[in-house]
Design a protein around this ligand. Sequence first.
Ligand code: AMP
Length: 226
Amino acid sequence: MNIILLGAPGSGKGTQAECLQAEFGLTHISSGDLFRENFDQRTSLGFQAQAYMQRGELVPDAIVVAMVRHRLQREDTESGVIFDGFPRNVAQAHALTDMVAELERRIDGVLYIEVPDAELIERLAGRLICRECQAPFHITYKPFQICPYNKCGGEYLYQRDDDQPETVRVRLETFHEQTAPLIDYYDRAQLLLTVPGAGPIDAVKRATLDAAQSLLPRQGGDHGDG
Ligand code: AMP
């Protein structure tokens, strides 16, 4: 199963991806995480991307597409992928369709996590990320309790530069102008499932898992519980 998680910055894509990864054994590919890893490792790709990221703008398509294409060559993607933060515009969506077709795979569904802007702004203001494993936390809504990967005790948490209010404003504008058209695009392709993303985290997780479950082919049909 290959799933795209679509949603504005702060909509909880990273948190939901963690949950889908655990439940369905899918590989999580986050284009933002790949850029941040490249930057931490001081690669030229990381430096190229950094200026755009700091301004809250999209990194040029050619750079992102090449990076995702490269990541998709790895064996761990064969059993299925959650794309988080990619594609972010229609040109990237076309590129992704071509890439998966070349690999004789396909996109099974697009989960759009819908959250009102006011809530996104509040969430991003309190968001903390683990520098080691990229797991997302929140000062109030999801304080660090335990590392989901059993790697640390919360000592690597930091606030992303681009979660500062002025950059958040630009990122939300970028989302509405460039990424939101994908909602209609994937709806027309009959791949879109909308998950209500505001409200308690457990309810959003449940709704995300249910949506992903509905993409799986039905097994046998003799269990009587759907
Ligand atoms: P994210 O971690 O998904 O919020 O991404 C952080 C930043 O990385 C974005 O604000 C963009 O500057 C850049 N970025 C991540 N994914 C993409 C993409 N698919 N296309 C262009 N830029 C991206």
